[in-house]
Design a protein around this ligand. Structure first.
Ligand code: AMP
Ligand code: FE
Ligand code: FE
Ligand code: ZN
Length: 293
């Protein structure tokens, strides 16, 4: 890299491009998430709450005051058949009507779905919808983590992870799915909004196998920018396959923590994204600018 380019660069690593706040299922306000990231030595972050941009303004205020760079982002829920697929989206226009409508549809259906899960659970356990509302901040994207917190508050699980392994596990029979677009539709929506789509934890253990390679090729043809290869839930065998695709198609690779505050053991900066890859994301995003300090 030339000295000139280095001089022009306006962000600083280390970078962690996948963090959640209580605008979705993290346990901390955006400002606290940013402070935690700063404490762990990060200098560039993306706030990627599920299906919402509600935390962007607060996060931007906090990163600016700490001299950090923010890439506004989101983790959009998608579904490929029975597989739950999460698409990280960076630097998209938050006012793009088609994308906004889809995000709203997902959030609304998540709410009804959470109520259905709670109704199922309440047949066997002392849990009410009010318990879940009490664990959810206003306007947040509702997910099973909030039901998990309600189960913990009721003494029906010791922590979130135990709730997911117990009552919330599909095998227990209370599970309900929610609406989500297929990944191809999701990629097209993000790209049309000027955003950069990256598949989050693309080869997760215990959450089903990764999407079939021919389908991944279709996503790439539609504008999928890359894969989050460094994430604690990825399996080595899957990552090896994806590395081959990344090389062949010259894709972006990211590494991130998927921090959820106290809701998961994941810590800010446990995986990071290289400066080169952050630059490629910034160069490719046209919907909104990064918030530089
Ligand atoms: P949902 O999208 O509502 O089905 O819930 C899935 C979300 O729960 C994911 O986004 C994860 O962040 C979170 N999650 C999944 N497994 C666990 C776990 N074992 N402990 C805590 N959070 C989890
Ligand atoms: Fe989450
Ligand atoms: Fe995810
Ligand atoms: Zn996430």
């Amino acid at each position: 890299m030339s000295g000139q380019r280095r001089f022009e660069r306006r962000f600083e690593g280390p970078s962690d491009l996948h963090l959640h706040s209580l605008r979705s299922d993290g346990t901390e306000p955006p400002e606290t998430v940013v402070r935690a990231a700063h404490r762990y030595g990060l200098r560039t972050i993306a706030l990627t709450d599920h299906d919402t941009t509600a935390g962007w303004a607060e996060a931007a205020e906090a990163t600016t005051s700490l001299g950090m760079t923010l890439l506004p982002g989101m983790e959009l829920s998608a579904k490929h058949g029975w597989r739950s697929v999460h698409l990280l989206a960076y630097l998209f226009d938050p006012d793009n009507p088609a994308l906004r409508a889809e995000m709203e549809r997902v959030r609304t259906d998540r709410m009804g779905r959470a109520e259905r899960i709670v109704r199922n659970i309440s047949r066997d356990y002392d849990l009410s919808w009010a318990d879940v509302v009490a664990q959810t901040s206003d306007g947040a994207t509702v997910g099973r983590p909030h039901i998990a917190d309600a189960l913990v508050a009721r003494g029906l699980a010791v922590d979130r992870s135990a709730a997911f392994e117990g009552i919330l596990h599909p095998r227990e029979g209370y599970y309900e799915g929610h609406y989500a677009p297929d990944p191809l539709t999701a990629v097209r929506l993000i790209v049309a909004a000027g955003g950069v789509p990256v598949v989050a934890h693309p080869t997760p253990a215990g959450r089903g196998l990764m999407m079939p390679v021919p389908y991944l090729e279709e996503l790439i043809d539609a504008g999928l920018a890359g894969f989050e290869l460094d994430h604690r839930e990825n399996t080595p065998a899957g990552v090896a396959v994806l590395r081959g695709i990344v090389e062949r198609r010259n894709l972006i690779v990211t590494g991130s923590s998927d921090y959820h505050g106290l809701g998961k053991p994941n810590l800010p900066g446990e995986n990071t994204t290289s400066d080169e890859m952050v630059e490629r994301i910034i160069a490719r995003g046209t919907g909104v600018a990064p918030v530089f300090p």
